[in-house]
Design a protein around this ligand. Structure first.
Ligand code: PEP
Length: 258
């Protein structure tokens, strides 16, 4: 049984006061053991949100992480700092980092290695652009990104991370992948993991879908056999919508095949 995992990526949103209000509202809707729930506030809010999560089942995650542990790297936030503030997860390779901040597969690889070395669970994002999908390159792109991020690592790496399939054309656009499109990509990703890390790792790895997930479309996506959760941007800023997505995941989780 793969437990679904729902993560909220708040991106560059919410002041400390707004973050506290959202956490307060969320705590009521996240009291389930049938899905793992993570919130990823901006760096400025991590230290304020961490104590608010005490006594709840919601885990703390960061939206990014640097690859070195400490030093003269102005503006960066390192894995030990994130662990120190209470993070358990770190998003790595989000398409907004790749496209707007020039992060290469090699940067993604270094960041996820650093996260793992310090006990964080990386949520590694991969996904194709619209042009790549229209050119029928989706599976090639996913393979290239997986090779770039994970290739060369010992096979047990696949047991220690979460993958997120996030088609770039679906992020923040209101256009989500159809359940069939998501399932096709997720099945291919799982097959890559099985080939690279062994069939047990392939069966065990959790693969989130991300891209305009809402309360309305979550159930259809999460019911797909290879979709194990969601990485949620915009809808994670609204307690009601995020709570409904968690409920949908908890419902499908109970029925998920092993
Ligand atoms: C994201 O930030 O990873 C994301 C999927 O955003 P949205 O849900 O807003 O498309």
């Amino acid at each position: 049984m793969r437990k679904p995992i729902i993560a909220g990526n708040w991106k560059a949103n919410l002041t400390l006061r707004e973050a506290a209000t959202l956490i307060h509202q969320l705590k009521g809707s996240c009291d389930t053991d049938a899905a793992d729930v993570v919130v990823c506030p901006p760096f400025t809010a991590l230290a304020a949100v961490a104590p608010l999560l005490k006594g709840s089942r919601i885990a703390l995650g960061a939206q990014d992480v640097f690859w070195e542990a400490a030093g003269a790297f102005t503006g960066e936030v390192t894995p030990p700092m994130l662990v120190d503030v209470g993070c358990r997860y770190a998003i790595v390779g989000h398409s907004e980092r790749r496209t707007q901040f020039g992060e290469s597969d090699e940067v993604v690889r270094r960041k996820l290695q650093a996260a793992l070395a310090h006990g964080l669970t990386p949520i590694v994002c991969i996904g194709e652009t619209l042009a790549q999908r229209e050119a029928a390159q989706t599976l090639d792109v996913l393979t290239r990104q997986l090779d770039g991020a994970l290739g060369g690592s010992p096979p047990d790496i696949c047991r220690r991370l979460i993958l997120a399939y996030e088609p770039v054309w679906a992020i923040g656009t209101g256009k989500h992948a159809t359940p069939e499109q998501a399932q096709e990509a997720h099945r291919a990703i799982r097959q890559w993991v099985a080939d690279r890390c062994g069939p047990e790792a392939g069966a065990a790895i959790r693969i989130q879908y991300g891209g305009s997930v809402t309360a309305a479309n979550a159930a259809g996506l999460l019911q797909q056999p290879d979709v194990d959760g969601a990485l949620v941007g915009g809808a994670s800023l609204k307690a009601e919508a995020f709570g409904a997505i968690i409920k949908a995941a908890a419902g499908t989780g109970a029925a998920s095949p092993p």
